[in-house]
Structure formats: C-alpha cells, structure tokens
Design a protein around this ligand. Structure first.
Ligand SMILES: Cc1cc2nc3c(=O)[nH]c(=O)nc-3n(C[C@H](O)[C@H](O)[C@H](O)COP(=O)(O)OP(=O)(O)OC[C@H]3O[C@@H](n4cnc5c(N)ncnc54)[C@H](O)[C@@H]3O)c2cc1C
Length: 421
C-alpha cells in the first residue's frame, strides 16, 4: 500500500512513517527517510532539539570506543560515589530502581561482552565523521562542524602510566591518536595552564559549533523535503488493521510504521508496541555555558583527572560532563553544573569568566552495554533508534543511514538488536 493510499482515511493526522522524538536521532532519521521517498511526520512533546541534543558537549567523539565503565572503575567506585560533587553521583533513593541496570552493566564488563561492545561502538564511530560531513554538505551547512581534532590533557606526573596505557589501547583499536608533550599542548592551546604535562590528541575528531542550531538546520532541510513536525506528546500506541495508532495528548495519529527515537523516554512506547522490555535508563549530564568566553581554546579539551570537557562554541565556551543516576523524574541538581566551573580552576593561565553563565541538565539515553538499539521489529512496522548514551551526537548521521536501510527492508545488524537483552 502506498503512502497516499494509506492516508486516504479520515484520520485527523495520518502518515506513512511517524517518528516519535525530534532529537538529533529522530531529526536526522526523518530527513534520511524523507529522502528515501517516505512520507514522514515527526512528533515531539516539545520543540525539536530541546532534549539531550540541546545541551551536549558538541564533541564528535569518534575516539571514544570504550564503554562507559571497565573493570578498573570497580576499585575507584566507592570513593567516587561518596563525593557528592564528584564526576559520578548516585541518588541513593534511585538505587533500587537502578539495581537491575547496574547488574547488567557489571556483567558486561566480562571480556567477551566487553569486546562485543568495543566492536559495536567502533563500527559506528568509524563511519561517523564521513557520514556527518556528507550530511552537512548535503544541507549546505558544512561550517557547523569543525574537523579540527580534540585533546585529552593530564596534569599530574603520576597520571603518565594511565595516559600511556590508554594510548596503547586506543592504537590497538586503530583510533588515530598522537601523544603530545607539554610543549605541543602549549603551542596549540597557549591559554591553558603551563603546568599541564601533555596529552593525547585525536585528529579524526571535531566539534559542532552549536548543537541546538544543528538540529534546527536539519529540521529546515527535512521540512524542505516534505517532513511535517507537530508538537504532541505520545502517551500510548497500538496496532490496528491498517497500521498503528499513536495516542497523543492532542488526539490520535495514524501511521503505517513508526520510528521510536525519543531518547531516554523510549522504553514505554517500545514495550507498548512490541512487548519488549528494553533496559534503558538515563545517565543525567550537565553543562555550564559561559557566553563571555570566546577564543580560549582552538578545539575541545578534556581533562583526564577532572573528568569533564570544554568545547569552544559559537555562543561561548561550554563546560560539560558528569554522570548522575537519578532517573527521569527527579529535578536537576544544578549545583553539579556550577561545579564544572570550579573544576576548570587552575586549568587556564587566567580564570574563566562566568558572568551570565547558564546551567543545564539533560538525559543521556543509556543501555547497560553502552550500545544503542537500532532495530526493526513487528515485520518492519516498528523501527527503533535510541540509547546512544554519551555518543548520540557523534553517531546520529550514521544511525540515520541505518534507519533508512531498515525502512528499506534490510535486517538490523546483530550488535544493535533488542534481542541481545
Ligand atoms: C551533558 C551531556 C554531554 C554530552 N556530550 C556529547 C558529546 O559531546 N558528543 C556526543 O556524541 N554525545 C554527547 N551527549 C549525548 C547526546 O547528547 C545524546 O546521546 C543524544 O542527544 C541523544 O539524542 P536523542 O535524539 O536520542 O535524544 P533527545 O535529544 O533527548 O531527544 C528525544 C526527544 O524525544 C522527545 N520525547 C520523549 N518522549 C516523548 C513522547 N512520549 N512523545 C513525544 N516526544 C517525546 C523529547 O522531547 C526529546 O526532544 C551528551 C549528553 C549530555 C547530557
């Protein structure tokens, strides 16, 4: 049945493919599907790009091929959890709910699943830069991405063995990486403090100048391709004879197929339509935007010891990072965003200007094996693309290509299927 035939019913809103979620994953996918000739309608409870995709660190992090945790974290974990302003926070009230997720995370640290995760992340990351460059070229906005590398710095001499070990592991995984001495850091980023010991430079990475504008430009391109956007929250969904019905806060939307791409909120809808329970949780993250900071850094810089990133953006310098387990419902702990400024103290020759700084919190959509779900279920009537954890921006363009392939009937790659859980 063609799209027009399907939508001949009197349903108030009808489409061939409904995309739920207008974050970076939903919007890039909607554009790819429309370019493939599908009729597409995107629904989001808020405006496009206001979820996690709004406030991420903008880092095209192709070098991050290792999962969020490895066995070495187990020793450091108690100390990290006892520090309320440390890089990792657990809201203890959330522990009972998070326990099954943590258990799976621990099981995934065993060698075989760990290697599967690394291979799964690598396959996406290695295709990410090219996919983004082609996508941005196709919408005539290549300048939104700077392919200028990124730097991981360290400041304590005793961190050298950790840096050397990371360097070796990355080379083993064929990540393009250069070891920089302190002089090279000083030459490239003269505003950083002189006490930095050196770092690892990743030439095949980059940063986006404005993640929110990026979504906006993709929305424009999608609209030009015929994609419709509506602001509606989808509360439930069921199949009917013709396809499926999404029940929203404003009525119902009829579709032949659906792509569930609502980030950290994707599990209930997936369950309603497919019966599958996906162990999706959220790692809440924070940023502090400094609008008066321009020209401090040539590219994104991460601190090994302080565990946060600083990205130069069109609107200023963005300090971002931290992981907080507290679920989707609890209010943000905005002190964690302010803490990012305290963490930056001593990293520069002169302190950062925090005038008019704005804090933000967002929900990273995370699965316990650090891989996303990119899958087709129910004879292709339900497509899934969510759970990109710390790498959703990096992997969005390549995910969109995969979603288009799934819509064209290709099977999902094993590594990203729901059936792995
Ligand atoms: C602090 C921080 C820093 C980060 N830094 C980076 C980085 O440097 N590089 C990188 O690659 N990644 C980074 N990430 C991760 C990245 O931002 C996410 O993986 C990515 O944004 C996820 O995109 P998404 O489209 O799946 O989800 P989202 O952007 O969260 O979009 C989901 C959308 O679905 C909508 N929605 C939810 N439920 C419903 C419903 N029932 N009905 C209708 N709409 C609904 C929401 O309103 C939202 O707009 C970072 C994340 C954080 C929090």
């Amino acid at each position: 049945m063609g799209a027009t035939g399907f939508c001949a019913s009197n349903a108030p809103l009808c489409t061939e493919i409904a995309v739920v979620g207008a974050g970076i994953i939903g919007v890039t996918s909607a554009l790819a599907l429309a370019r493939q000739g599908h009729q597409v309608l995107v629904l989001d409870a808020q405006g496009p790009g206001l979820g996690a995709s709004y406030g991420n660190a903008g880092h095209l992090a192709t070098e991050q091929v290792f999962p969020i945790a490895d066995v070495s974290i187990l020793k450091r974990l108690p100390g990290m959890l006892l520090d309320p302003m440390g890089p990792l926070r657990l809201d203890w009230r959330y522990l009972p709910k998070a326990m099954p997720w943590f258990t799976r995370l621990l099981l995934n640290l065993r060698p075989a699943p760990y290697q599967r995760t690394v291979a799964g992340i690598r396959a996406l990351n290695e295709a990410s830069l090219g996919a983004w460059q082609r996508l941005l070229q196709s919408i005539e906005r290549p300048q939104l991405l700077r392919h200028d590398g990124s730097l991981l710095v360290f400041e304590r001499p005793e961190s050298l063995p950790a840096i050397d070990a990371l360097h070796a592991r990355m080379r083993e995984q064929q990540v393009p990486v250069e070891s920089w001495q302190s002089q090279a850091v000083r030459d490239a980023a003269p505003q950083l403090s002189e006490h930095l010991q050196g770092g690892l430079f990743f030439p095949e990475t980059g940063h986006f100048l404005d993640p929110y504008r990026l979504v906006g430009e993709l929305v424009k391109a999608a609209k030009a391709q015929g994609v419709r956007f509506v602001q509606q929250q989808v509360n439930s969904a069921h199949f009917n004879d013709a396809g499926l019905v999404l029940v929203s806060d404003q009525g119902s939307v009829h579709a032949r197929r659906v792509l569930i791409a609502c980030g950290a909120h994707s599990a209930p809808l997936t369950r309603a339509l497919t019966g599958k329970r996906v162990p999706l949780d959220t790692e809440r993250g924070y940023h502090l935007m400094l609008p008066h900071e321009h020209g401090r850094l040539p590219f994104a810089v991460t601190s090994l010891e302080r565990k946060f990133i600083m990205t130069p953006m069109a609107e200023g310098l963005r300090l971002a990072g931290t992981v907080e387990f507290a679920g989707l419902a609890r209010p943000p702990t905005l002190g964690r965003a302010e803490q990012l400024h305290r963490l930056s103290r001593g990293l520069f020759k002169h302190e950062l200007n925090t005038e008019a700084a704005t804090p933000w919190m967002g929900f990273r959509p995370s699965l316990p094996d650090s891989l996303p779900v990119i899958d087709r279920l129910c004879d292709g009537r339900v497509l899934l693309a969510f759970g990109h954890q710390h790498l959703g921006l990096t992997q969005a363009a390549v995910t969109a290509q995969m979603v288009a392939a799934l819509a064209a009937g290709q099977p999902a790659p094993l590594a990203y299927r729901v059936s792995r859980f």
